[in-house]
Design a protein. Structure first.
Length: 260
């Protein structure tokens, strides 16, 4: 590709980023702002309201299962779009972004370490934000107990991890670097704030916690050039939250409830 062609392609990246994000997590961020605004204007404390993840969609079990699986499938389409766009420009996303199986030990070890390092302080942040009235009560699973509930929750957790880490870290950071007009601290901040913004439906605590997580994940990616450990870490965090909420006795989770 000629220099003029490269410059022309790079000039299209801002519009491309906007389209990819508005089809995926940017759209989620807008809906999260609307959801938070609705909660703040509902006439009751934010901490007394709930934010339900993985809600049931139908009282009919197999219709609900169908809806859940279709939702997981279609939520991954933006990942394929980002992958396609990077390949179109001559990149090898699997190798260049570290989304492959070349270093399984490294990915699993660092993924587990990141999950532990973020998950434990994250629980304390959730508790503190709830008691301070800065967050809604989070219900990680609204699914009814069927034989397929746990597998679907695991698939949902992995889908969240793949979507967020590929788009918000791998794709977005790569494109912002290629544009060439942004300093690295601003690129990291953009990735982290985007991550926090689509968690605003949980309240301000969810926003702050995910911004911090976003900064840590962005720095890790820039140092290692591997997204796979981030996918492992995010999957472990969400599987623990989703499946743990579904399986653990209510008495074990009562400390995470709001006590006015």
């Amino acid at each position: 590709m000629t220099l003029e062609g490269q410059q022309s392609t790079r000039s299209a990246y801002p519009a491309e980023i906007a389209i990819v994000l508005l089809l995926s997590l940017g759209q989620s961020a807008i809906w999260s702002v609307v959801s938070l605004t609705a909660k703040l204007t509902a006439g009751k404390p934010l901490a007394s309201q709930t934010a339900t993840l993985n809600p049931t969609t139908s009282a009919r079990p197999y219709l609900d299962l169908t809806n859940q699986l279709l939702g997981i499938f279609f939520d991954l389409i933006p990942v394929l779009l980002a992958w396609y766009l990077l390949r179109r420009d001559g990149m090898r996303p699997g190798r260049d972004l570290g989304i492959d199986y070349r270093r399984p030990g490294f990915d699993a070890g660092w993924g587990a370490g990141l999950a532990a390092g973020i998950g434990i302080p994250g629980l304390l942040l959730v508790y503190a934000a709830l008691q301070l009235g800065l967050s809604a009560q989070i219900v990680p699973s609204g699914l009814n107990p069927y034989w397929w509930t746990i597998p679907v929750l695991i698939l949902s957790a992995i889908q969240n991890a793949v979507l967020e880490e590929v788009v918000v870290v791998g794709y977005l950071i790569t494109r912002l670097q290629q544009i060439g007009r942004f300093r690295m601290p601003l690129i990291i901040l953009c990735s982290a704030v985007l991550r926090g913004s689509y968690h605003l439906y949980q309240g301000f605590g969810g926003f702050i916690g995910n911004v911090v997580m976003g900064i840590v994940f962005a720095l890790f990616y820039l140092r290692t050039k591997r997204v796979m450990p981030l996918i492992v870490a995010h999957s472990l965090l969400d599987i623990t939250a989703f499946v743990g909420y579904d399986l653990l006795p209510d008495s074990w989770l009562s400390w995470l409830e709001y006590h006015p």
